[in-house]
Design a protein around this ligand. Structure first.
Ligand code: ANZ
Ligand code: ZN
Length: 820
């Protein structure tokens, strides 16, 4: 028998691993522990190529650590609340749970077939009351600390899905899901106060610098968007409260010739005079239709209305007009600015359009912005700025202005963040109910802990259809909604929103440590045992949202005294995407690759090997460039080696063929290092080289029964088990070893066999020996050529002539042929 039967092997070893409980993590053990976590899947359909890649990468690490002697926790669960289930339920007139749990069944089978070393005993579903009980409990802890609150605000609204969208779910002004243009709507919504943690989220990134990709940290830093500046108060005629602005350039205060407030801020509505109100209202309606991205764009045509009032500049007493314009956002800074057209381009564009004055306060030597239309932002000497006149440099100007403002009580230094609070209300059914009761007498009353979980009622079909409010606010849910107030016993109503599913996914990895725990979200001792997670694996599409939210949750849990670390994920691997023919796979392009079909054709092992071997884990894989057929051929070659070795164990390996042993031990060293560095594809290339060396030793060297061959093939099997577990188990069995290979001991290289004897490499120029160099036996073509060409004698022999050809016979000879 020469080939291994992929289908038979898959079935055989799946059954074995399940019966043997090979991948169950033991709480009770003396071994050191490691926690490898894959971002849990959303059960949208069957497993697809994207999953295939992500989970293959995580499994390399989990299996390696297991063989290295760690007790590995590698759990799996389901992010099972969410809109697709609800939409499917509306269509099929069923409960969203039906669709969800049916999909989970399908996917689960595929996951098992895919041969991942997962601990299924800790499986969880965020849509189980058993789980969301604790999501609600955590919400109440946030609520107690003032970290969950409600406010009225304009929210992004998808008119098609009839739901609120977080800023992050609006992509270029369109709904992330259905691509409908997003509009604005005023609603009373629940928020998490993530802004209170903005600075800590920034500071603690220091802990992530070695383990997380730089680009993810950069994206988070940008998203948080720390900005240093000042607040300045401008008084308004006939009004008690001043207008407070946030500026990064308080030093330009003498150049502030008008003010602008966000049209959709409360302040604008308060300030506008009766005379200007109609124009303002018309403008506001228009603004509500545009997206934030359009509003912030410098290309965006400047629009605005005068509000009819003037404010007083605190440094020079000048009266400046107050306008409303959409380039000022209500949610950033204070929602109002002092406009300095000479030194800020957007203010200048606005001033030129509406004929407002432009006053230069920093002489930079550049053309007058009022004439050129180009604002000057550089450093220079202050002019037209009272006591600042003659001063050089903005650092000095800013410091001095803040000093003055502070003395007079009209301003102060201020740090602002771009980060907004996390809008968590969703007007949808298939999510975690918010455990709050609204009582006409007592107001917002938390559901007492002992009444949790608040389970979803049984709604289906048309009761779930989008009507602009939550299905839980509709008539079908009246019985569920009407309750008595826990405080006064009077009639009251449940909150009818459900939570953003990002809440569910912000704490699932703690739950894996205490599956089924009934007295809290997790047991502190369990989390202390397993966490922080040593390796987190998932897509870069989560670089901001999920990864920021879960970091925020960790900090709150830390402050609640529930965990003793504040960063839950030590290392992060963002795998690339699987694309086809250079493009993302999509139905419309018809370039989708079906994972099931690939597995049917080539087997799990070959597909997994292909995915991991395709390139660095972070890079995209173009399925048009890879060949699962050649992966399968390689696996068969490796398997045949084991078949040839099979038979009684030979002599002591110490007497085995030295050349092959050296190749094996160098491969052990390299594969160990490369996997540790996340360079899985290069590690596989090394295994392929070892397979070739072993083949050569069998065919033209020591023959199959030499102990060095068994040693080499054993390592090949172990290394292959990282990506091709079925064939690896088969090889292990053929070699006569006890299953499972997953529990075998990863070898350590013998230092004595790593010593590389030096080889003399002869360098010829035009057939004449010009140099003898000492090189390692495994020297590569490029290294040998570079080394030869940089030798002084070789250079002299070349005498400046160009090289026509380099012929190598490695590692012994390099022959250089010069031109002419
Ligand atoms: C006066 C000024 C003069 C400004 C100048 C800039 C240059 P970052 O760095 O992004 O924080 N600003 C403040 N709040 C705003 C809002 N809600 N919507 C739109 N723009 C707003 O930018 C801070 C600067 O952006 C602030 O400093 C303010 O304009 C503007 F030569 O104030 B500046
Ligand atoms: Zn009450």
């Amino acid at each position: 028998q020469t080939g291994y039967d992929a289908v038979a092997a898959q079935e055989k070893w799946q059954r074995f691993w399940a019966d043997d409980q090979t991948f169950v993590a033991h709480d009770d053990t003396d071994k050191p522990r490691r926690y490898v976590l894959d971002m849990f899947p959303y059960p949208s359909g069957d497993l697809h190529m994207g999953h295939a890649e992500a989970y293959a990468m995580g499994d390399v690490i989990a299996r390696m650590w297991r063989m290295q002697g760690y007790e590995v926790l590698h759990p799996i669960g389901w992010d099972s609340f969410g809109l697709p289930a609800e939409n499917a339920a509306i269509k099929s007139n069923e409960h969203p749970a039906t669709w969800t749990y049916a999909n989970i069944d399908t996917q689960k089978n595929s996951f098992k077939r895919y041969g991942l070393s997962l601990d299924w005993t800790r499986e969880l579903h965020t849509s189980d009351p058993e789980y969301y009980h604790w999501t609600q409990w955590l919400f109440l802890r946030f609520h107690e600390r003032g970290l969950a609150y409600r406010k009225d605000s304009y929210v992004n609204w998808c008119p098609k899905d009839q739901t609120v969208l977080a800023n992050e779910q609006v992509i270029n002004g369109l709904c992330e899901r259905c691509h409908t243009p997003v509009t604005k709507r005023k609603l009373n919504q629940w928020y998490f106060k993530i802004t209170e943690y903005a600075q800590r989220l920034l500071d603690d990134m220091a802990q992530l610098e070695t383990g997380w990709p730089d680009r993810v940290l950069a994206m988070q830093r940008n998203w948080i968007g720390r900005s240093e500046g000042a607040v300045v108060e401008f008084t308004v005629d006939g009004r008690e409260d001043p207008i407070t602005v946030f500026t990064t350039r308080p030093d330009t205060l003498y150049g502030a010739t008008f003010m602008v407030v966000a049209p959709d801020s409360e302040l604008a509505g308060e300030l506008v005079t009766d005379e200007q109100r109609p124009a303002f209202e018309t403008y506001l309606e228009q603004v509500k239709k545009s997206t934030e991205i359009e509003r912030q764009s410098t290309q965006h045509e400047k629009t605005g209305v005068f509000l009819g009032v003037h404010a007083v500049n605190p440094v020079n007493g000048e009266r400046v007009p107050v306008w409303a314009a959409d380039y000022v956002l209500s949610e950033y800074g204070t929602g109002a600015i002092m406009a300095v057209p000479a030194h800020d381009q957007r203010d200048l564009d606005f001033a030129r359009k509406f004929g407002l004055p432009v006053r230069v306060v920093i002489a930079t030597g550049e053309p007058d912005p009022g004439e050129s239309g180009i604002a000057t932002a550089g450093d220079g000497t202050y002019v037209n700025s009272g006591p600042l006149d003659g001063l050089e440099g903005k650092a000095a100007g800013i410091a001095r202005t803040i000093g003055t403002l502070r003395e007079r009580g009209t301003g102060d230094a201020r740090v602002t963040y771009r980060l907004r609070d996390w809008l968590l209300s969703r007007q949808r059914f298939w999510g975690c109910p918010i455990p709050i009761i609204h009582c006409p007498a007592c107001g917002e009353v938390p559901v007492p802990d002992d009444q949790l979980p608040i389970e979803l009622p049984d709604l289906r079909g048309d009761a779930l259809a989008p009507k602009g409010t939550s299905p839980l606010a509709g008539p079908a849910a009246a019985q569920w909604r009407d309750v008595t107030c826990p405080q006064c016993g009077g009639p009251a109503q449940r909150d009818t929103d459900t939570m953003d599913t990002f809440v569910d996914s912000s704490w699932y990895f703690y739950r894996y440590c205490s599956p089924g725990y009934a007295d809290g979200p997790f047991r502190a001792a369990d989390v202390r045992r397993w966490m922080p997670v040593q390796q987190y694996v998932g897509g870069v599409e989560h670089a901001i949202l999920h990864l920021l939210y879960m970091r925020f949750f960790a900090k709150v849990l830390h402050d609640l005294g529930m965990i003793d670390f504040d960063e839950p994920m030590e290392r992060l691997l963002n795998q690339g995407q699987v694309i086809n023919q250079g493009k993302a796979m999509s139905k419309s392009l018809g370039n989708g690759v079906d994972l099931g079909q690939q597995i049917d054709a080539y087997g799990v092992d070959a597909v997994r090997l292909t995915v991991v071997f395709a390139g660095p884990p972070e890079d995209d894989i173009d399925w048009a460039d890879v060949s699962p057929a050649s992966s399968l051929k390689f696996l068969q070659r490796a398997y045949r080696l084991a078949v040839e070795v099979a038979g009684p164990r030979g002599a002591d390996v110490a007497f085995g063929d030295r050349t092959l042993r050296q190749a094996t031990h160098r491969a052990i060293r390299d594969v160990t290092d490369l996997v540790g560095l996340g360079r899985f594809n290069v590690a596989i290339a090394r295994v392929m080289e070892l397979v070739n060396a072993t083949r050569k030793a069998i065919d033209t060297g020591c023959g199959p029964q030499d102990a060095a061959v068994r040693e080499s093939v054993s390592f090949v099997a172990q290394a292959l088990s990282l990506v091709a577990p079925y064939v690896a188990e088969e090889m292990w069995e053929v070699l006569g070893e006890a299953p499972s290979i997953a529990n075998s001991q990863w070898p350590t290289p013998d230092p004595e066999l790593l010593v590389t004897e030096a080889i003399t490499m002869v360098v010829q120029v035009q057939g004449k020996v010009r140099a003898k160099l000492t090189v390692p036996p495994e020297i590569t073509e490029t290294d040998a050529t570079d080394l030869a060409l940089s030798d002084a004698n070789v250079q002299r022999a070349l005498a400046g002539r160009e090289v026509a050809k380099v012929i190598t016979r490695l590692p012994k000879m390099v022959s250089i042929v010069p031109k002419d």
